[in-house]
Design a protein around this ligand. Structure first.
Ligand code: G3H
Length: 542
């Protein structure tokens, strides 16, 4: 007898004693935060942390308690910012004036220490945001790799600028210099990776940093605080915790933040930017909302398209900015596509993040559960159906994926970024229909196109590259590999990130120039041969 989806959902949570020993975790009561090179003890109120994972209790699912972290106030947040500003010291601090080799050595030391904390960090990641153990490990390892690649990219960048140029009688050395103090905030879906893809490039370019972990995925940063403290000069890295609304506004309003590195919603990014009193002094590196479409053409290999759309729409429960959030399928292949998609969704393993092969896990945001129900109900009201068995069933913070068909413009799902396990599918007769959707969208991150006919794909690619920033042919949307540029148009992003682009995003080109006179040549020679300047130098990193 096969178990129905309803039964699987009803029994999705284990009883307390059933959590395997290897996956169990002790609560972590974090009392400290990193300020001015010291771990300061916080004696004020604490924010309790509960996992999206529950255990089955007599009265229903009970969220597992994971510990607590300091609920800092505006005062501590401003003190952290002041520590970072002092460490920058108008560009005179030991960190912004350190040689590239010194900064690389500090980051390499940090990553060595970070690797020692892999097991605990991964476990906290898994419990705090409900990401599968396998994907939590991948997130950690990808982050380490990103840091190593960043070091190598900086070496390349520095080698390329280790020479002087002479143009129209002017001798110049051009290098990249830091921007000042950076406020880094990552998202809950990649709390480690996406925070570090801005934090590390910001640091290695000589900036000083205040960083606030996302609302979910805070404790996992705790094991790394000593490594930050010991690897960088005092005040270069400072951490703050608490309610974003209360502690971030004052930082922006102070006018002392030079770079806002934020991955989250465009609504919040707009508020933060407007709080800065001198907007032109603020550089923004933003990764924001997206509503990436998948377009399945008549010539598509349907098996492949379904596989990619499934993973694109439902990896980590659809909680990825790059997720496929609207699927357009040509009517000629619609039945085959829907049938295969529903079969694949039925085959997804649901369960707890430590279970091998698990694909669908509980959601960290409480409000996401009713939101999923609302957008599904709204779609049904406008003529759609949930076409897979049990789609949209919930238990505590768990939502079973729903395939919603046919999606139509009147529905909220047509425009709103669901960021969860709901897959809207719309039929089309002419490719102008999905194209119009992409053009009208407020977002412009990526798109996926499935097909095998060069005469159909080529014009589509040529149109779409001017609407979004990555056109994926026969594959889902994604950020990686991290060497590729990651950005978006419209409300989807500001600035470009990739291993090498991030180094540029957190720095500015600065040059020293002198007329090519004999006296100036002697002067420059004297500075460089005597190694009197860190900037004016032809040293080549080997
Ligand atoms: O949430 C947005 C992430 O940047 C997506 O990254 O495509 O590697 O999952 P990913």
């Amino acid at each position: 007898m096969t178990t129905s989806t309803a039964d699987k959902v009803k029994n999705v949570f284990p009883r307390a004693g059933e959590v395997p020993a290897k996956a169990r975790i002790e609560p972590l009561e974090q009392k400290d935060y990193l300020l001015g090179g010291r771990l300061k003890t916080w004696k004020g109120p604490a924010q309790k942390v509960f996992s999206p994972v529950s255990t089955a209790g007599p009265g229903g699912p009970e969220r597992v308690y994971l510990g607590s972290y300091p609920k800092l106030t505006e005062r501590e947040a401003l003190a952290a910012l002041d520590a970072a500003v002092r460490a920058y010291d108008d560009g005179k601090g030991p960190w912004p004036t350190a040689s590239v080799e010194t900064r690389i050595a500090a980051v390499e030391n940090f990553v060595r220490r970070m690797k020692e904390k892999r097991a605990l960090t991964v476990k906290l990641l898994m419990w705090e945001i409900g990401k599968s153990a396998e994907d939590s490990e991948k997130e950690f390892d990808r982050t380490v790799e990103y840091i190593v690649d960043t070091v190598n990219a900086l070496k390349d960048l520095d080698r390329a600028s280790s020479r002087l140029s002479i143009d129209q009688g002017v001798i110049a050395q051009i290098k990249r210099a830091p921007l000042g103090t950076v406020l880094c905030m990552g998202p809950y879906n990649y709390p480690l990776n996406e925070t570090f893809t801005t934090l590390i490039p910001a640091l290695i370019m000589g900036n000083t940093v205040v960083f606030k972990p996302p609302k979910y995925g805070v404790l996992l940063h705790r094991p790394l605080l000593e490594a930050f403290r010991d690897s960088f000069p005092e005040g270069v890295v400072n951490t703050i915790y608490g309610e974003g609304r209360k502690i971030i506004g004052p930082l922006m309003r102070s006018g002392k933040v030079n770079v806002l590195a934020f991955i989250g919603s465009s609504r919040v990014a707009d508020v933060l930017k407007q709080q800065h009193p001198k907007p032109h002094r603020l550089r923004c590196v933003l990764g924001l909302d997206a509503k990436n479409a998948g377009i399945v053409l008549p010539s598509a290999d349907i098996g492949l398209a379904v596989k990619e759309c499934l993973s694109g729409a439902l990896s980590y429960n659809g909680q990825r900015c790059t997720a496929l959030k609207m699927l357009f399928v040509h009517r000629s292949v619609l039945n085959e596509f829907l049938e295969k998609l529903v079969t694949e969704v039925d085959g997804l393993k649901i369960g707890m993040p430590w279970e091998p092969g698990v694909k669908i896990t509980p959601l960290p945001e409480d409000e996401k559960v009713p939101y999923m129900a609302e957008v599904i109900a709204d779609a049904v009201k406008h003529g759609a159906r949930v076409i897979n068995e049990g789609g949209g069933l919930t238990n505590g913070n768990f939502v079973y994926p729903a395939v919603v068909y046919p999606a139509a413009p009147a529905m909220r799902l047509w425009r709103e970024e669901q960021f969860g396990p709901v897959v809207p599918v719309a039929p089309f007769d002419d490719v102008s229909e999905p194209l119009a959707y992409v053009v009208d969208s407020d977002f412009g991150q990526q798109v996926s196109v499935f097909g095998s006919d060069p005469d159909a794909i080529a014009p589509l690619v040529d149109t779409l590259v001017n609407q979004v920033c990555r056109v994926n042919v026969n594959s889902q949307c994604q950020r990686g590999p991290d060497a590729l540029p990651f950005t978006g148009r419209k409300d989807s992003a500001e600035g470009t990130l990739s291993v090498s682009d991030a180094l540029r995003a957190f720095s500015i080109r600065t040059l020293v120039a002198a007329k090519e006179s004999g006296a100036n040549k002697d002067l420059l020679r004297g500075i460089m041969r005597g190694r009197k300047s860190k900037f004016l130098s032809t040293d080549f990193i080997l």
